[in-house]
Ligand binder design. Structure first.
Ligand SMILES: C[S@@+](CC[C@H](N)C(=O)[O-])C[C@H]1O[C@@H](n2cnc3c(N)ncnc32)[C@H](O)[C@@H]1O
Ligand code: SF4
Length: 354
């Protein structure tokens, strides 16, 4: 695999989205899925931050039992799938670097399959960020750093964070990741409060030497806000801010991914979403998440991967029912209000498509 295609692969999964190429059209039409190519394992749903966007800090999130994935259970899943996966994410809700076995887990994966791409999403805010990452930093192929603005705006979204410490940690990380094979990116969740800073985040990336920036809508699939909150991405003001960010990105040689904002010219239906067919997430306790944006175990009874095995869970009757609805061109009830199913959003907002 060339360096370019490797980076393309990483980039695709950095943002936990897929343009539909990795999973074949044949498999996408099947109700029962084959062994996944991409998997995420939530190491913990504990987190030191309280981001205002996060599914963890909603009334439903507050009901979630908090914990750490057991290393023994982790090993069983890795042993079974390391040979067939192309990418393994060590993220879900929570901050994976808080897991006491984080280093052991990274080392274990690479010992099983050194070619398996490891992806990590991090808030890069822990005071011990460097000590935790340093021993395994060369083993993690793709690191996505979450940044929801700069300075005070960053701290007002990522509650409990310290912007200064974050910047120091990111500077350290960039200095350590000299290899072209290791991608490092920023991910920004855009809202009315920080939209004017998309450009600033791109400029910061340029200053620090980060080549990839993703700007994404705040997904409301698990939140209390109603559909009207998506209106912000349809305004002229938002379009202007995005245009400014694109210009800065082009001038600074940065790849800016902004493909997942609702766009009436590019409507997306539920069957376009990879998460119904691939890229599954196992929560820390073994429950299967409906998807990474809707991880609450009680909304989706598909069994426990540690008890029944992954394949039984991803082909449970509840998942098959959702796929059936999606393949008919409709929106499965659990996908309602998801930013990745824009036709559902446009129907609710009565926005004309095409
Ligand atoms: C849930 S976090 C977990 C990893 C880590 N704690 C972090 O913040 O990077 C993964 C990513 O989801 C993003 N995120 C949080 N709430 C979101 C929402 N409502 N919609 C879309 N992305 C969201 C975060 O900003 C982060 O980039
Ligand atoms: S740092 Fe990540 S997991 Fe923690 S509250 Fe923020 S988005 Fe959620």
């Amino acid at each position: 695999m060339s360096v370019k295609s490797f980076l393309n692969l990483c980039f695709k999964y950095i943002f936990r989205h897929d343009n539909g190429e990795s999973i074949s059209e044949t498999n996408r039409k099947k109700l029962k899925v084959p062994i996944p190519t991409v998997l995420s394992m939530e190491l913990t749903n504990h987190c030191q931050l309280k981001c205002v966007t996060c599914p963890l800090h909603t009334p439903a999130g507050a009901r979630m039992i908090k914990g750490f994935m057991a290393f023994e259970e982790f090993k069983v899943v890795v042993n079974q799938f390391a040979g067939t996966l192309t990418s393994l994410g060590l993220s879900g809700l929570g901050e994976s670097l808080l897991h006491p076995d984080f280093q052991k887990m990274v080392t274990y994966i690479k010992a099983r399959n050194n070619n398996l791409t490891i992806f990590l999403a991090t808030n890069a805010d822990l005071p011990k960020f460097r000590q935790i990452l340093e021993p395994v930093i060369d083993k993690i192929d793709s690191i996505m750093i979450s940044i929801d603005g700069v300075g005070d705006v960053f701290e007002s979204v990522r509650l409990n964070s310290k912007y200064e410490r974050f910047i120091e940690n990111v500077e350290w990380l960039i200095a350590k990741r000299a290899s072209e094979m290791q991608s490092t990116s920023f991910n920004m969740v855009v809202s009315a409060e920080n939209q004017s800073q998309m450009k600033d985040v791109v400029l910061l990336a340029a200053r620090l030497g980060i080549k990839y920036v993703g700007v994404n809508p705040m997904n409301l699939v698990c939140r209390e806000e109603n559909y009207e909150s998506y209106n912000i991405y349809l305004t002229a003001e938002f379009a202007e801010h995005l245009k400014d960010a694109r210009l800065e990105a082009a001038e600074n040689g940065i790849t800016l991914s902004a493909d997942y904002f609702p766009d009436p010219l590019k409507p997306r239906i539920a069957s376009d979403c990879v998460f119904l067919w691939d890229a599954f997430q196992i929560n820390w306790d073994g429950s299967l998440a409906y998807c990474c944006a809707k991880p609450y175990p009680w909304v989706f009874e598909s069994g426990n991967v540690f008890k029944s095995g992954l394949m039984k869970c991803v082909n449970s009757s509840t998942f098959i029912k959702a796929r059936k609805v999606a393949l008919k061109g409709a929106t499965p009830p659990l996908c309602g209000k998801c930013s990745l199913v824009s036709t559902d959003i446009f129907d609710r907002l009565e926005v004309g498509q095409g």
